[in-house]
Design a protein around this ligand. Structure first.
Ligand code: NAD
Length: 337
């Protein structure tokens, strides 16, 4: 299946296909220098399959994990591109999860003011969400994604078979972002999570297509694209305050979404889905600590925060909430009936 993201001169294809990894030329012009960027945890099998199709390529690895989305790794990768004597006509391929895509994409956006960038996402999170849309970035200290760019890839290649080596916990973590898409935009996608056996190909292709629809309407997140931040305000706060070594990003987003699902029946359905995905329950938290993180995260002195809430499955609402109201919501807790 091929989907085109229509952004005029920045349009690009997303190829979703089992075994797509074996014919990357369908999307990527490999007849030039290629820097393949990946972390050091992704299985070599996947890298070798890609490298064997790029006759003039080098593999540049960085340590796995969010900590590598930093200025030091950014600098290291740019230096590798210079040493490899890459020109403006050459290209970067990211193969890995959201960390690799965000970091390698920012290197591609910066090297010689921008060279071609291709993304081969290998986690569910990156296949259903981060590989499409062109947000590339690194973190600075405790500020996530504070330095970056909107830089669309030239193509995205999704091969669901690469998920065979991904841990179950990482798979479930990524599925949260797909469930998020369903909750805000498409009840049928929510229902896909209520089946005995998950149809992963359907979930991936439907989620990424919903992302495409949003990105086409609001490439630079000036309005509509903000709805994709559903669950992130409290989710990020839990992640910063309690989560960095304990929870994955998607697990925190799952916790954050619960606070803003208004329909009680829907909340029960979502809790059942969380159980089936063995997602962690929301830990006991200190309201003051979370409120501090939320204020810090907003990086502004605004009196309100834009919050996405869900009225019914597939129907979102954007509300400007005061910090006092968010405090009330935190005091009531996520499991309020
Ligand atoms: P990740 O990139 O750290 O990958 C998770 C782990 O899985 C890593 O250890 C990685 O080596 C390993 N891995 C990847 N593919 C594998 C495979 N096929 N088999 C075995 N192991 C594999 O984490 P992630 O959850 O994919 O991404 C999180 C990042 O994505 C965060 O930095 C977040 O900010 C970013 N993000 C970006 C966007 C965006 O629009 N740009 C959207 C959402 C999230």
């Amino acid at each position: 299946m091929k989907i085109i993201v229509d952004l005029k001169e920045r349009s690009y294809p997303i190829l979703i296909e089992r075994k797509a990894l074996y014919h990357i030329q369908d999307v990527i012009d490999t007849n030039r220098k290629i820097a393949i960027i990946c972390d050091d945890f992704i299985p070599d099998t996947w890298i070798e399959i890609v490298k064997s199709q790029c006759p003039n390529s080098m593999v540049f690895k960085f340590p796995q994990g969010e900590n590598s989305k930093c200025i030091q790794q950014f600098q290291y990768l740019l230096e590798q591109c210079i040493q490899f004597q890459m020109t403006r006509k050459d290209a970067i391929i990211a193969i890995g999860g959201g960390v690799t895509g965000d970091l390698a994409g920012f290197v591609a956006a910066s090297y010689m003011r921008g060279i071609d960038f291709y993304n081969i996402p290998t986690t569910i999170l990156s296949q259903v969400d981060s590989s499409v849309g062109g947000k590339v970035a690194i973190d600075m200290g405790s500020y996530k994604n504070i330095v970056g760019a909107f830089y669309q890839p030239k193509g995205v290649l999704i091969d669901p078979d690469v998920l065979s080596t991904l841990s179950i916990r990482q798979q479930h973590n990524g599925l949260v972002e797909a469930l998020k898409m369903g909750l805000i935009l498409d009840e049928k996608l929510v229902e896909a999570f209520e089946q005995d056996v998950l149809d992963l190909e359907y979930i991936i292709s439907r989620s990424i297509d919903l992302k495409r629809i949003i990105v086409e309407q609001d490439e630079k997140e000036s309005h509509l694209r903000k709805i994709l931040n559903f669950g992130h305000t409290i989710g990020h706060a839990i992640e910063s305050a309690y989560g960095l070594d304990t929870y994955y990003h998607g697990e925190c987003v799952a916790m954050g979404m619960l606070f803003f699902i208004k329909d009680k029946d829907l909340k029960q359905r979502v809790l059942k889905i969380y159980e089936s995905l063995s997602l962690p329950v929301v830990p006991d938290y200190d309201v003051d600590v979370l409120m501090n993180c939320i204020v810090h995260d907003k990086k502004s002195s605004e009196k309100t925060v834009s919050i996405i809430s869900i009225e019914k499955a597939g129907q979102y609402k954007i509300e400007e909430m005061s910090y006092n109201l968010i405090r009330d919501i935190l005091e009531r807790g996520p499991y309020e009936k």
